[in-house]
Design a protein around this ligand. Structure first.
Ligand code: C5P
Length: 303
């Protein structure tokens, strides 16, 4: 890495195979039992030495990506530079495949990738624990984007414990437009206003199914407490979910806060069938067949 003037980091999207949501905390966040699974759908962030902090983006949804300091990639560079006492002078180019505002942690992924890329570009060699602290400062899902694989997230999702996961096949259906994560959590609060929301706990059955690599066992245990909230804001997603299960998916759920929907399938052949059926549904903009788990943010080029 020494002397590199350009560093590229590849970073995965995620799906939550269990998203148990507690009541709103005094700070507005919700305690979670959040079983993250990284999937083989990647963004790449390239950090290049520059005279100022700038961001560019390419990909089918590039026009929806903010290029100012609100982009988590830019924020990551700023926070890392401030800690190191240097100017955040870097150009960050995002090659985007992860759906934007889709519930797959695409923005969080770019934050983690930019952090790792800048750390290598600026030769800071920041300890892993400190990088994870910066990730948690950037957002609840960012630490997982750095770590990848499969992990249980507690607290607001930022406290990670690795868990075992066999290989699984998925199809993701990209929806038209995005959903705001805070809006989905507010909808969750409205829907649960008259109920006692249980303390979120990881499901032992789900963790066993995940470790076993048995798709039928995992299909029986998938759960997303944000799904009713996402469906209340985007009822048409029910059509996408029904089309996927109708085409042979073992299970269907909203990915995180949505509106991307996730379909667990038996194998690559079934993935192709389910993807073809989903492509015909008006509520589905595009499909992404993929597998899990995938590695976390990784430097793939430095020159
Ligand atoms: O942590 P992050 O910035 O990604 O969170 C975005 C928003 O999602 C928060 O401002 C909050 O409204 C909501 N959120 C939450 N509980 C969590 C994580 C996120 O309420 N555990």
């Amino acid at each position: 890495m020494t002397g590199a003037s350009c560093v590229t980091v590849r970073v995965p999207a995620k799906v939550n195979v269990q998203l148990a949501v507690g009541a709103a905390r005094p700070d507005g966040f919700h305690d979670l039992a959040n079983v993250f699974l990284a999937v083989s759908l990647f963004d790449e962030v390239t950090a290049t030495a520059a005279d100022a902090l700038t961001v560019s983006c390419e990909g089918p949804d590039a026009d929806q990506v903010p290029l100012d300091r609100t982009n988590l990639a830019a924020r990551a560079a700023e926070i890392l530079a401030a800690r190191a006492g240097i100017a955040p002078h870097v150009h960050l180019h995002i090659a985007k495949s992860i759906p934007v505002a889709g519930g797959m942690a695409g923005g969080s992924a770019d934050g983690a990738a930019a952090l790792l890329a800048c750390d290598a570009l600026w030769k800071l060699d920041t300890p892993r624990a400190e990088l994870l602290d910066i990730c948690a400062e950037l957002g609840s899902d960012v630490p997982f984007s750095l770590v990848g694989g499969a992990a249980l997230g507690t607290g607001r999702g930022e406290i990670l414990t690795p868990v075992d996961a066999g290989t699984f096949h998925w199809v993701f259906a990209v929806a038209h437009g995005g959903l705001s994560t805070p809006a989905v959590f507010r909808a969750f609060d409205r829907l649960t206003a008259d109920t006692v929301v249980p303390v979120p706990r990881a499901s032992p059955e789900l963790l066993a199914a995940l470790a076993s690599g048995d798709p039928d066992a995992l299909a029986a245990t998938l759960v997303n407490d944000l799904q009713p909230a996402a469906l209340s804001l985007r009822p048409e997603l029910a059509d996408t979910l029904a089309a996927g299960t109708g085409a042979g998916a073992l299970a269907a759920l909203v990915s995180g806060s949505g509106p991307t929907t996730a379909f667990l399938v038996r194998d690559a052949e079934s993935a192709a069938k389910v993807a073809a059926a989903l492509e015909a549904v008006p509520t589905c903009r595009a499909t992404r067949p993929t597998t899990s788990p995938a590695p976390g943010a990784t430097v793939v080029a430095a020159f």
